[in-house]
Design a binder for this molecule. Sequence first.
Ligand SMILES: NC(=O)c1ccc[n+]([C@@H]2O[C@H](COP(=O)([O-])OP(=O)(O)OC[C@H]3O[C@@H](n4cnc5c(N)ncnc54)[C@H](O)[C@@H]3O)[C@@H](O)[C@H]2O)c1
Ligand SMILES: [Zn+2]
Ligand SMILES: [Zn+2]
Length: 363
Amino acid sequence: MLEEARRPLVVHDDVEVEEPKAGEVAVAVKHCGVCHSDVSIADGSFPSALPVVLGHEAAGIVAAVGPGVTTLAVGDHVVLTPCPPCGVCPWCIRGEWSLCVSSDSMMTGAHPDGGTRLSRHGDVVYRGVGVAAFAETVIIQANGAVKIPEDVPLDVACVVGCAVQTGVGAVLNTAGVREGDTVLVMGAGGIGLSIIQGARVAGASRIIVSEPDAARRATALSMGATHSIDPTSDDVLAATLDLSPGGIGADFAFDAVGRSALIAAGIDATRKGGTTVMVGVPGLDDPFTYPIPAVLAIGEKKLVGSLLGSCNSLRDIPRLIALMQNGQLDLASLVTARRDLADINQALDDIRTTTGIRTVIDL
Ligand SMILES: NC(=O)c1ccc[n+]([C@@H]2O[C@H](COP(=O)([O-])OP(=O)(O)OC[C@H]3O[C@@H](n4cnc5c(N)ncnc54)[C@H](O)[C@@H]3O)[C@@H](O)[C@H]2O)c1
Ligand SMILES: [Zn+2]
Ligand SMILES: [Zn+2]
């Protein structure tokens, strides 16, 4: 639990968890990956109500179902999602499921009815990024727990909950990358590597990765990147122009770091008519400015945001698992360390120090 920003997380064994209400399920969490968004909340660069249970990239087993739940049963293996599509709100009706009113929980830390189902010594405890899964039990809307086949290892499936939905979805859903496209991916953490794999699945012909960490550049090349750049020594713009057909720039650029300067770099590196996709989330202390905004109008360049890869989790989690099962996505290689909950602060340090890719907490 994070009690105060910029302080270590504290493990408590006396958090009270309510029974699932109508339409909700209780899930016994088995594994939860650590995402940079957890670190950003812990370090105070993203706002959050406190105290909060972090962790939002989880898989587990349904332990109880609330009244009226017909789609899940006790014992089902599930991947949890921060954006459960309710199916009836204005965004779900438009087909913009990741923007469903239920995804507001990511910011409020509460269920849509305002409750969190979590308390300690009578005080409310909030749900980090809409899930709160660095914990043995999660209470979540039934549509937030997506059933997967029982032969899929849960310690790998968990990364689908955030990194893979976000990265592959940003390519296939938000951007709509097509065969032959040229793609620039800035950052090769769990999100960037999932973008690279999504671009490979989409048939992109050039997948250029810009990443300062040599080990992650090597992993990116093994996962489908066709060219790698070290932004600390190479000129990312010049290299992208050089590698793109006709020297006109990339069709798509993805910021998978969360820095405003990289969003500007993406706009520069895309061709006229190209698209820069903001997947990374810059901190509150990093406002976005672009020196010549007319470039967007005159060049018909597009700048778009992407939340959880614009996924419909009920549709896309089973698809992503199937892509893993038939060998089109390598998700096992994203998990580079496993730690117990007692070592949660070392797990956050793994992200801060760019150690491995994803550290998964065992519960
Ligand atoms: N939009 C969404 O729905 C969504 C979902 C999950 C995470 N995120 C965000 O995505 C971002 C990445 O998350 P992650 O878990 O992969 O983080 P991570 O820390 O594992 O990876 C970030 C990578 O960026 C690299 N990097 C740093 N500076 C760079 C530069 N100048 N150029 C290129 N690469 C650079 C780092 O070396 C690191 O490998 C974060 O901002 C996170 O909050 C967004
Ligand atoms: Zn995340
Ligand atoms: Zn909805």
